[in-house]
Design a protein around this ligand. Structure first.
Ligand SMILES: [Zn+2]
Length: 572
């Protein structure tokens, strides 16, 4: 048994995620976690909400709520939707947790002790009326380029020109509207990533099995232009982790918080502590996943994320870990994804274009989405969701292949032999051939799942379902029954055992259908098969079952057209 630590990139707090976000990290991470658990490994699967930063403050202000209250509510919304999609996190934490505050301050203290933090004095806009420094996007004014009067200090939304706050004509605070602004000197902390460049470079060179997509992005940031730049890790905000050096105050940094990108990945570790604390476990229970001197030396750590998150996970977060000088666990494998597009364009949160997690569950059960998204995961290139493809895939793979097999076998058995596994007859050459074929396919399926080749694994699973259907069609127990009921019983017996096999093999992709099949067979959990030969006789004659009704239904053309129109854009 191995120990596998799995983290999904943590979704930002300001709103409900769309299906592109879901398939870009959380859902494939869940697939892998479920598979590894099914194989008997010890898994720790962590996700959380990413709650700090300016967008959270702005979203809370828009909702007319204090930011802490807004984040608490949105965390619950995202947690419930994750549950709805059957995402099997061991902990869905919050980056605003006290655990993450302390750990972030701890890492900052370690980095400072190791000479990797530089204090830099900068000039920044201060609002006397608000009593605070203003981040660039909290300053509004007239664009010097186009004259738009609501341009922000970082960029004009109207003409897209990048701006400095001092470029704005008649600048004012976006918080209070006050024009009583002045430029003051202020101090910020920089993480000296440049000092860690060679160590990071060598570490990435040692990752022989990483996908090209991952290493090429990291190498680009390490070597292009001036190479890896030092990174500002503090901001002038109210909402965030207060800047401290471990437990101690940091002179000159009063009223400042750590930049969200510094504290967010540390939340992977902190959420594991949140998991332990929530069930009164001692610290050693979470540290054995994260400290290579306290048990994590045999842990395999796999991260899932969209390609836009790769630089932070291959450079910034490892810089924090390596720079601490302590034996914290570094990632062993990064699985990154391209983008899922929506019906000829992009998913857009701001324009409400595409299908969002809450909407998806309001029209169909989680398994339908899980199957389509995973079997079309944007692994090697961007992929596209279209309603035609979704309808075809659900109707064919789930309803015609898997659903139809289960329905025919169980209903035929009930009508001829009753609701128990029938006895009599024996497996012959046709059955032996099927068992051999499925054994080959099982090995391929397992290999793809181990390698996190998600589309290939889905293709193999579909072929495993199809093999059962083809067998049933060829063996034709309804015809055999008239001449040789015992032989028909053997065919049905094998087919019922295939349903048990499918319940096990399908569980990482479609856990709800898998649970329905498991229950219909009167089992608590179908074990992963050692061999197909053994699985083919696991249910003995006389074992009772029930007929599962409507495992999957088909999507009609009318529904498809209706949904296509509904989700074209304009979500409020
Ligand atoms: Zn402009």
């Amino acid at each position: 048994m191995a120990r596998i630590l799995i983290t999904s990139a943590i979704p930002y707090i300001n709103g409900i995620k769309h299906l592109g976000n879901l398939v870009g990290s959380m859902l494939p991470a869940d697939l892998y976690a479920r598979y590894m658990r099914a194989r008997g490994h010890e898994v720790m699967f962590i996700c959380a909400t990413d709650e700090h930063g300016t967008p959270a403050e702005l979203a809370a202000a828009k909702a007319g709520k204090p930011v802490a209250e807004y984040c608490a509510e949105m965390w619950q919304v995202q947690k419930d939707l994750g549950d709805g999609f059957r995402l099997s996190f061991d902990k869905f934490g919050r980056s605003s947790s006290p655990q993450n505050h302390r750990l972030t301050q701890y890492f900052a203290g370690r980095l400072a002790e190791n000479g990797l933090i530089e204090e830099v004095t900068e000039k920044q806009v201060y609002s006397n009326a608000d009593g605070r420094f203003l981040p660039d996007r909290y300053i509004e004014g007239t664009c010097p380029n186009c004259g738009y009067d609501k341009a922000r200090g970082d960029q004009c939304e109207n003409c897209t020109k990048q701006l400095d706050p001092t470029d704005l004509i008649d600048p004012r605070s976006a918080i209070s509207g006050s024009t009583d602004l002045e430029v003051r000197e202020t101090k910020h902390l920089y993480l000296r990533q440049s000092a860690l460049k060679d160590e990071l470079d060598a570490w990435i060179d040692r990752q022989k099995d990483w996908p090209i997509l991952t290493t090429s992005i990291a190498k680009k940031w390490l070597h292009d232009g001036d190479g890896l730049r030092d990174r500002g890790i503090t901001r002038d905000l109210d909402w965030g982790v207060p800047v401290k050096k471990g437990d101690a105050d940091w002179p000159g940094m009063e009223g400042k918080v750590f930049y969200v990108w510094f504290d967010a990945p540390i939340e992977y570790i902190a959420a594991t502590k949140e998991w332990a604390d929530a069930s009164d476990r001692p610290d050693k229970d979470w540290r054995r996943w994260w400290r290579t001197d306290e048990g994590a030396q045999d842990v395999r750590y796999v991260q899932f994320m969209g390609k836009d998150n790769v630089p932070f996970h291959t450079l910034s977060f490892p810089a924090t870990i390596i720079g601490s000088g302590e034996p914290w666990k570094l990632v062993d494998y990064i699985k990154s994804f391209n983008y899922l597009n929506y019906d000829g364009g992009q998913f857009s949160t701001s324009q409400g274009r595409g299908v969002f997690m809450d909407q998806a569950l309001s029209i169909l059960p989680a398994d339908y989405w899980r199957w389509w998204l995973l079997s079309h995961a944007p692994e090697n290139s961007d992929s596209e969701f279209t309603w035609e493809n979704f309808q075809a895939s659900v109707n064919k793979d789930l309803a015609d292949v898997l659903g139809n097999f289960v329905s025919r076998v169980t209903k035929f058995c009930r009508s001829k032999f009753g609701e128990t596994v029938p006895e009599g007859g024996a497996y012959g050459p046709r059955e032996e051939a099927l068992i051999a074929d499925l054994q080959t396919r099982l090995s391929a399926y397992e290999a793809h799942m181990e390698a996190i080749e998600i589309r290939k694994a889905a293709t193999e699973l579909r072929a495993i379902w199809a093999a059962g259907n083809e067998y049933l069609q060829d063996a034709a127990p309804w015809a055999v029954f008239k001449e040789d009921p015992a032989q028909a019983a053997a065919i049905v017996r094998l087919s019922l055992n295939l349903i048990r096999l499918y319940a096990a093999l399908s569980s990482p992709f479609i856990p709800e259908a898998s649970a329905t099949l498991t229950e219909a067979l009167g089992l608590t959990e179908p074990p992963w098969p050692d061999t197909i030969a053994e699985a083919a006789t696991a249910l003995p004659p006389g074992h009772a079952f029930s007929v599962p009704e409507n495992l999957f239904r088909k999507i009609s053309d009318e529904e498809r057209e209706d949904w296509q129109e509904r989700f074209a854009g304009g979500r409020a």
